[in-house]
Write a protein that binds this ligand. Structure first.
Ligand SMILES: [Zn+2]
Length: 462
């Protein structure tokens, strides 16, 4: 997992002094999500020494599915890999948070994680008590040029077991519910299609039916379409597993037959959206079983401003576009297709819920002028989108949990807590804001100012 630190403007002298001035000395806490609760009082709502905000330097992940150059939002926000920079690697993800795989820092030698460990009041009392002195969420930007793997994220119990068994593959013991907020049009596969659609696949895609086998196909074709119960789950699980464990030779032969059949049929009819998708996935990952698995999953298209929530043990694959993503602090991924990385097919097939409801798409709820909130059904996080027209300002009342702000577009000023002077904020700037801090944002210049804030779910904090 390659990573490097994204360039960002150096912290101001004031910010640097505040960043480095841990008021309670080093706590020496370690271990993701498993930290002991801090042994200091953290119930003082507005610690006088707490800085208003801290400028973060954040890491980029150069996964091979990422976009390159000026076409990548991650590259533009990190101010690298664009005009005048010879770095032509893919810029896939920008990570904002404390995960050890790519931690954000305040200054070259001060990680946000260490700073929080020394300043647990920055989390607020409830967050520090519940999540043991670490930031419970990880905030990201994704720039997707080609499909990510078909994957699922384990629930807490399975994550702990996988981490104990294979710590080099499953790097922490936490669950990883996640939410993607589309910045551009964003496409994904998510969750199993309804029975009616699956029956249609078995009837009309002989290459899939062949791999699933006559017996499993017959069982799935025989279930009632309204039956969302144990019967259909069992049959769906065995049919999907049969497909996923097929040999490389069988898969490659089936895909080659599928390609030539669709190529012929495209001359006499318009291919369905799913068929077109499958052909484009085949170009990205030739011979990969994930190409065929796509027939089993819902094809989700998000417009900018819509969000997709993915709970534990649900299969999904992000396909294209750019998004803001927030998740519980974890990097646990069980992959089974559309990837050159390690696949754990048995674990994936056995962990899935086999639910067949269409994925939850959130449209966001206005919480105050210029602010839309996306609240998923998990305690660790929520995301706010701020869109301020030129000349406007907005104030975020203090919340009893930590926040990370990312400036997506435009220019403005940000003023936090007891700061007398505001700090300039422009595209790509990222700030950590401690709990109980009021934040005022105002635009400068002719463009709207667009920011995203991640914080602990307000339902948990209220
Ligand atoms: Zn995922």
């Amino acid at each position: 997992m390659a990573s490097s630190t994204a360039a960002s403007a150096p912290a101001s002298t004031l910010e640097r002094r505040l960043c480095l001035g841990g008021r309670r000395g080093g706590m020496g806490l370690g271990g993701l999500g498993l930290l002991a609760p801090p042994d200091v009082a953290v119930d003082d709502p507005t610690p006088p020494e707490m800085p208003g905000l801290l400028r973060l330097r954040c890491a980029v992940q150069h996964y091979d599915w990422g976009r390159r150059g000026a076409d990548s939002l991650v590259a533009r926000l990190s101010r690298r890999g664009v005009v005048g920079d010879a770095d032509d690697r893919p810029f896939a993800e920008l990570w904002m948070g404390t995960h050890p795989a790519a931690p954000s820092s305040l200054a070259p030698d001060v990680s946000l994680r260490d700073w929080i460990a020394r300043n647990p009041a920055a989390l607020g009392r409830a967050v520090a008590a519940r999540w043991g002195g670490d930031l419970p969420f990880l905030f990201k930007v994704l720039s997707v040029a080609k499909a990510l793997s078909i994957q699922a994220h384990p629930d807490r119990e399975l994550a702990a077991a996988l981490h104990a068994r294979r710590p080099s593959t499953y790097r922490d013991g936490n669950h990883k519910p996640e939410m993607a907020v589309a910045v551009t049009e964003f496409h994904a596969l998510c969750g199993f299609a309804v029975t009616k659609e699956l029956k249609e696949v078995l009837r009309t895609v002989p290459e899939v039916q062949e791999l699933v086998g006559k017996e499993e196909s017959r069982k799935l074709l025989s279930v009632k379409e309204q039956d969302g119960g144990i019967g259909v789950r069992t049959y769906l699980k065995s049919a999907f597993t049969k497909l996923m464990v097929a040999s490389d030779e069988e898969v490659s032969e089936a895909i080659s037959k599928l390609k030539s059949r669709l190529s012929g049929e495209s001359k006499v009819r318009t291919l369905t959206k799913k068929e077109q998708l499958v052909l484009s996935l085949e170009k990205q990952y030739p011979g990969d079983v994930g190409v065929l698995a796509a027939f089993f999953l819902n094809y989700v298209k998000l417009s900018p401003g819509e969000a997709l929530y993915v709970g534990s043990n649900e299969p999904h694959a992000y396909l294209s576009g750019e998004c803001i993503e927030c998740m519980a602090t974890s990097d646990n991924v069980v992959r089974a297709g559309l990837t050159p990385k390690y696949r754990d097919v048995q674990t994936l097939c056995s962990m899935l819920t086999y639910n067949q409801t269409f994925p939850e798409v959130l449209h966001g709820v206005p919480v105050q002028p210029y602010v839309t909130r996306y609240t998923p059904s998990t305690d660790e996080f929520e995301v706010d989108r701020y869109l301020l027209p030129p000349g406007k300002s907005v104030t975020m009342s203090p919340v009893p949990g930590p926040s990370i702000f990312l400036v997506m577009t435009g220019e403005g000023e940000i003023q936090a807590g007891s700061m007398h002077d505001s700090t300039k904020a422009k595209e790509g700037d990222i700030f950590f804001v401690p709990a109980h801090t009021e934040v005022k944002l105002l635009t400068s210049g002719p463009r709207s100012l667009q920011l995203y804030r991640s914080g602990v779910n307000s339902r948990f904090l209220s």
